[in-house]
Unconditional design. Sequence first.
Length: 148
Amino acid sequence: MDMKLEFIVLPVADVGRAKDFYKALGWREDIDVGEGEGRVAQMTPPRSDCSIMLGPSLTTAAPGSMQGLYLVVDDIEAARAELVGRGVDVSEVFHAAGGGLPLANAQGRAPGLAPDRASYFSFASFNDPDGNGWFLQEVTTRFPGRLW
């Protein structure tokens, strides 16, 4: 049986403001329906099968409370430069000092690309207008068993 992650609910205070932010990133607008507390918008990153659903009442989570969302890119430096060019405040590229994934509180981060530019271990981070936190993660070679 196939199971695919379709979308992630992202709690935001203002759907219009959030939608404008993600559109500025180059994301596709799939839907924008309803009004007021019932308004929702769905946005999809380029070439992604998973979308985000923006809305103030889709979850009990507070706006800006989603952290550790990952966008996988094949060139972290180019992706960072593109986002900066679109007006996003993106961190410098970093890697976890001890290897592995970065901590949300920024402790243990070392500047620059991962040693030997190892796939999965170079990052940059940014927040949306509500404070929902995103990581860019460079993946150039997939772990065995992953098709894409």
